[in-house]
Design a binder for this molecule. Structure first.
Ligand SMILES: C[S@@+](CC[C@H](N)C(=O)[O-])C[C@H]1O[C@@H](n2cnc3c(N)ncnc32)[C@H](O)[C@@H]1O
Length: 207
């Protein structure tokens, strides 16, 4: 693949990401944490884990699970996550593009994508890949920007000002895409945080 501007941009941002986006990260993760349910036998995969806020939170609050894989295309973001989590055998780290991951089919109980869907070059490929790696009955938690209303203008300027891939779509378009890849929608909500319009969808792979 050619030069990856998104990975480069996050590599450069990694050391200040947590401080700069603290309020936003907490707001969005509270939505996820209100719905996420884990069992002691669960294998979890965060396909764009960034600096590992979620992984660290589950560790600190002693959530039960068997394994948590943090995946991201930015090695600097993953290094921050690894520092934060420290030595803990339940956590693993991979650097696949979410569009094509080297995991076995039907191998994860829960897959998470937080604040990254707008960055994916091929969103359909990511959804197909998540469907492939989820076990039947497994849950996909997807949270990101919702390109509606005035946020369209904000999104336009974000796209102009960053070198990252920005391909934000609306929650209705995301839902349609998920359904076209055979996911069942279990929960869908939208809200605002500062100037962002956001959505959160929980979708299952049929058992
Ligand atoms: C805004 S950060 C979100 C990080 C974390 N999930 C959070 O909410 O704090 C977006 C992350 O998505 C990653 N990313 C972007 N495109 C990706 C892709 N195609 N595959 C995997 N990760 C990707 C970036 O490297 C970055 O770490």
């Amino acid at each position: 693949m050619n030069r990856d501007y998104t990975a480069e941009s996050y590599d450069a941002l990694a050391s200040e990401y947590d401080m700069r986006w603290k309020g936003y990260i907490e707001n969005t993760h509270q939505k996820l944490l209100g719905r996420l349910e884990t069992r002691p036998s669960d294998r979890l995969l965060d396909i764009s884990a960034g600096t590992g806020y979620l992984a660290k939170y589950l560790q600190q609050h002693e959530w039960e699970f068997d394994e948590f894989v943090l995946n991201d295309i930015s090695s600097e973001m993953l290094d921050k996550a690894q520092e934060k989590v420290g030595p803990d055998g339940r956590y693993g780290y991979t650097e696949y593009r979410a569009e094509q991951m080297g995991f076995e089919s039907n191998s994860f109980d829960q897959v998470i994508s937080m604040n990254a869907f707008h960055n994916y070059l091929d969103q359909g490929a990511v959804i197909r890949e998540v469907y492939r790696v989820l076990k039947p009955g497994g849950m996909f938690y997807l949270l990101d920007w919702n390109k509606t209303g005035l946020f369209r203008v904000v999104n336009y300027w974000i796209d102009k000002l960053t070198s990252e891939t920005i391909q934000t779509i609306s929650v209705d378009e995301v839902e349609e895409l998920l359904r076209s890849y055979h996911f069942n929608i279990k929960h869908k909500e939208t809200w605002h945080y500062r100037y962002w319009n956001l959505f959160f969808i929980c979708a299952t792979k049929p058992a």
